[in-house]
Design a protein around this ligand. Sequence first.
Ligand code: FRU
Length: 520
Amino acid sequence: MIQRIYTLFVVVVLLTACKEEVEKEKAVAVKTTKQYAETYRPQYHFSPKSGWMNDPNGLVYHDGIYHLFYQYFPDATVWGPMHWGHAVSQDLVNWKHKPIALFPDEKGFIFSGSAVVDVNNTSGFGKDGKVPLVAVFTYFRLDIEKAGGINTQTQGIAYSLDNGDTWIKYEGNPVLDNTTMKDFRDPKVFWHEDTESWIMVLVAGDHAKLYRSKNLKDWNHISDFGKEQGAHGGVWECPDLFKLKVEGSDEEKWVLIISIGSGGPNGGSGTQYFIGNFDGDNFISDQTMHRWLDWGADNYAGVTYNNTPNGDRIFVGWMSNWQYALKTPTSTWRSAMTLPRKLSLKKRDGFYDLKNYPISRFDFSKGLSGQKKIIDSTQPFNLTENALGQAVISFKAPKKSFKLSVGNVLGEATTLLFDMNSNLLMLDRTKSGKTNFNYEFGNKLHYMPVKDLPEEFEVKLFLDRSSIEIFLNKGQYVMTDQIFPTAAYTNLTIENESMNSIELDDFKLQGISSIWEGDD
Ligand code: FRU
């Protein structure tokens, strides 16, 4: 099936008028300064100036600012003693780098965790009416691990009284000690209105543990979840627990997100979710099968923002996979984050789908706006350099099989095959560009089952210099993959299997400007 040959109808979507728009966008985009102009450097996704990055940490909004902290090793482009790097944004699109927020110390490396706004000063860290931001993180002792000990992971806290610019670690750390569990990390803390207390969810190997506190310093264990539920192909990591409204109703459900280090949907790292209820003590879900938040290979360790201004639940993931994260062919930095995505819940035949879709700042309405594009030509269509290197493409597709490729003059291409007979989307990055840095990266197709799509559904693709994010039906099905084209993609081709034409409604293509202009 995969080998099916799509010779017949190469289409190409044609868009002369639109080309000019793209050129204009490009003119802005290529003005990047040297640093953010390196080969493969994401132009509108967050990446650190230099050094190694993994998980997003401490996602919190306070006083007009979205904070993005992240697992960071500034001295090399591979994992090492972990710090919390820091960046801020007013719109979740444009980012400003800040000094490192948390450095490793004698109690350990600073592993993943979260941050809260302690509005009522429950911690007592507030002074002179200044509201403390409190970070809750895992301390990790590599020296103990090397010596064969298992008591390597404990939880610590730190606070800031200047909206994240400077941090003071609490002298009473660790606030949650541990001598018995090898894996005991990644605390996500949130304020629980009904019980007027802080709840912490963290992971302990094959399950999640919940704790309660009145002051962020003293924690009591309240329950466990998940030993017998969900996917267990790898150790559980980076949990998140929150309430979401079900679309089109007043019903509310609780969602638990859990990353797993291996056994993901297309190999290696993956992110699963559970839908259930949380009564202040226990999270309960009757879901036995695992569900994936993203079917691609490169969306891991994602968590959501605390305290967003309008209550939106916004998710950011690390766009990589532990299978090959240390080997990707970037130069002075390694890794980027996914686009920020709004989460929503949709009820379908008694099940709840957790949808994720880029925040509305990424709803582009200008660019190549077309009404209907009929795929009935054999003329190849090429866009100018860079236009597809950083672009969003969207259209409404009928539930018919077709193939879409984006590629470059060197013959490198990333191909999506929509097979509506078997309800599958296959992503082929085996010839997408540089793949030979690791066997697992380019050795197979990535599959996403796409049952239950409506007769017409939106296809939206975000391409950046080293990633593709695919959203079907506004986030019902999502795939995120890294790709490393050695020259910018310039061609978009859509083919269909038969002589029949395919109508793509509302076709749009827009180049996206770099967010890093002027960055030095
Ligand atoms: C997930 C993870 C976390 C840990 C961090 C260390 O990618 O393994 O569980 O806190 O990375 O950098």
